[in-house]
Structures are given as structure tokens and as C-alpha cells.
Design a protein around this ligand. Structure first.
Ligand code: NAI
Length: 306
């Protein structure tokens, strides 16, 4: 299979590295910066004999080289710096997303598309509107990363191993993020039974602020190792047609009482993309929080330039 990654910056290149290391697919890195995707691709090819993968990584500035990709990942755009929210990136990144999605779709009309550029939910919606792609073949990566940050916070708090934890973070990939402690389990037991309310609130905050915590350390940009790994996980589920359920920024069409909106929800992934939005059995409070998160995405959408 062939995976194109648009944007050979920190997130795009890290995703390419992990996809190649796992031998999932040939990877084409494309960027507007001349030489950047070529140089990083060659560097990764030099790693081939060390890591013993057989796929190829190539770099280009020409969409013709991305033709007939199975999956297209879009990471083109600016990242936040200290003091910025993801929502602050909207103006610049909307222009970039508009220029990328049409060219990428023309080269690979049958691909499954994964948007990564922030603010994620708004950028994925923009890509949907601009491209006319069927909703099942266009999604965003946010919830896998947010859930992995929640899992990390739980592991740190309880001293358990990641393999024992199933964590669910959903909703907007931004200030309106929602965690589901009742569905977040350690060896099958909900964390609400393993820690008191204050501790639950603490791990939830650690998850919601996880990205900002990384930005505060780095100062120069935002996270890319966990985002890269999260992209690779989704690519693996799609190419492998695994039907795995994970938190994905998908088109919600009536589920949870939310209409026509892109946001992270549990989704079953397969070769055709989003197979199903899975509805968890939420209580009234959880449902209200998810709908409030949807409202925060709608507020962002109102800021999209015409
Ligand atoms: P970066 O600055 O390292 O890389 C961005 C790359 O995009 C640069 O190489 C730039 O030349 C390229 N680019 C800009 N305009 C382009 C265009 N029109 N066509 C092709 N390439 C273009 O940034 P980084 O850290 O890789 O982040 C990329 C984006 O991903 C940001 O918007 C960031 O906020 C977002 N992000 C999203 C996450 C998520 O969970 N959804 C997680 C981490 C980052």
C-alpha cells in the first residue's frame, strides 16, 4: 500500500518514520518547502538497513508523485507556541488546508483521508466541505492522541502499565475536550472505582492540558512523537481492515443527538474508513458534556473565513 503524508514537518516526518518502521506501507512525504521532504525521506531510507523495513519512503514537492495513495494524512500547517490555543491557528491553517485538500484528492480520489492540522475539528470540517469526499473516507486524528494522554495520566497516578488501561477522551480536540472516566478502565475496572473524585479530576486535567504541557517545555512548537504514533495506529487499522474501535474525529450524523458535525467519538475503523460511529451508553451528565463540546466546535466553525 501507499500512504501520502502532506507536511514533512515534525508531525508528518515522525508519522512517516513510525509507519516505515512498522513496515505498514510505502510513504510519500510532500511539502511546499523544497528539499525538506526529499532530505527527510532519504535519511529514513538510510535507516532501512538498520531497522530492516522493506517499504520505501520518498520525498517530493509534486502531487503527481502522490497519485493513487491508499491513505492521505494532512499535517501541513503551523503549530502552536506557548500561550496559544489550537483555536488560535485557525486563520493561517484554513488557507493551507484549502490549498492542500483539492490537490491531494485529485491525485488520490479513492484514498481515505486523515486530517491532523489544528484546530482539528474545524480543519476536518473545512476539508469535508471543500473536497466533497464521502464522510466515511474523511476523518481527523485527535481522539487517539487525547486518549493516550489520559492513559498516561492514569498510569502515572496508579502506577499501572499501559496495556492494562483502556482510556476514552472524546469531543473537541481543543479547549472543549471531554474525558469519560466511567469508561476508562484498568484491567476492566472503571477508574471512578479506583480513585476518589479529586484524583479523577486531576487525571482528566492532565489529559486536557497534556498538549499545552508539552508546548510549555518545548517552547518552539508542539508535540509530535505521540501524534505521530497515533496517526500510525489509525493507518494500521485502516490498511489492516481491523474494525478496531478508537476515538476519531468523525462526521456525526444524529448519534448522541448531535447533527452534522466533525468531532472525536468512538468509531469503528476499517479499509473503507469510518465504518460506524459507536454510541456508548452515556448518562445525562456525560451526554450534556459531549453536546457542550459540540457547541465549542460550532463556535470555531463560525470563525472560518468564507
Ligand atoms: P511543523 O511546522 O513542524 O510542520 C508543518 C509543515 O507543513 C512544514 O514543513 C511546512 O513547510 C508544511 N506546509 C505548510 N504549508 C504547506 C502546504 N500548503 N502544503 C504542504 N506543506 C505545507 O508543524 P508540526 O509540529 O508538524 O504540526 C503540524 C500541524 O499539526 C499543526 O497544525 C499542529 O497544530 C497540528 N497537530 C495536530 C495534532 C492532532 O492531534 N491533531 C497533534 C500535533 C500537531
Amino acid at each position: 500500500p501507499k500512504v501520502t503524508i502532506v507536511g514533512a514537518g515534525n508531525v508528518g516526518a515522525t508519522a512517516a518514520h513510525i509507519i516505515a518502521s512498522k513496515n505498514l506501507a510505502d510513504v510519500v512525504l510532500i511539502d511546499v518547502a523544497e528539499g525538506l521532504p526529499q532530505g527527510k525521506a532519504l535519511d529514513m531510507m538510510h535507516m532501512r538497513s538498520v531497522e530492516k523495513f522493506t517499504v520505501h519512503v520518498t520525498g517530493t514537492n509534486d502531487y503527481a508523485d502522490t497519485r493513487d495513495s491508499d491513505v492521505v494524512v494532512i499535517t501541513a500547517g503551523i503549530a502552536r507556541k506557548p500561550g496559544m490555543t489550537r483555536e488560535d491557528l485557525l486563520g493561517v491553517n484554513a488557507g493551507i488546508m484549502k490549498s492542500v485538500i483539492g490537490q491531494a484528492k485529485e491525485a488520490s480520489p479513492n484514498a481515505v483521508f486523515i486530517c491532523v492540522t489544528n484546530p482539528l475539528d474545524v480543519m476536518t470540517t473545512l476539508a469535508f466541505r471543500e473536497s466533497g469526499l464521502p464522510a466515511e473516507r474523511l476523518m481527523g486524528m485527535g481522539g487517539v492522541l487525547d486518549s493516550s494522554r489520559l492513559s498516561f495520566a492514569v498510569c502515572e497516578k496508579l502506577g499501572c502499565e499501559p496495556a492494562a488501561v483502556e482510556a476514552w477522551a472524546v469531543g473537541a480536540h481543543g479547549e472543549g475536550m471531554v474525558c469519560w472516566p466511567r469508561f476508562t478502565t484498568v484491567d476492566g475496572t472503571p477508574i471512578t472505582e479506583l480513585m476518589d473524585e479529586a484524583a479523577v479530576a486531576e487525571v482528566v486535567q492532565r489529559c486536557v492540558k497534556g498538549g499545552a504541557e508539552v508546548v510549555a517545555h518545548l517552547k518552539t512548537g508542539s508535540a509530535y512523537y505521540a501524534p505521530g504514533a497515533s496517526i500510525a495506529k489509525m493507518v494500521e487499522a485502516i490498511l489492516g481492515d481491523t474494525h478496531e474501535i478508537m476515538s476519531v474525529c468523525a462526521h456525526i450524523d444524529g448519534q448522541y443527538g448531535i447533527d452534522d458535525l466533525y468531532m472525536n467519538v468512538p468509531v469503528r475503523l476499517g479499509r473503507g474508513g469510518v465504518e460506524e460511529v459507536v454510541e456508548f451508553d452515556l448518562d445525562d451528565e456525560e451526554l450534556a458534556a459531549l453536546r457542550a463540546s459540540a457547541d465549542s466546535v460550532r463556535a470555531g466553525l463560525a470563525n472560518l473565513p468564507e
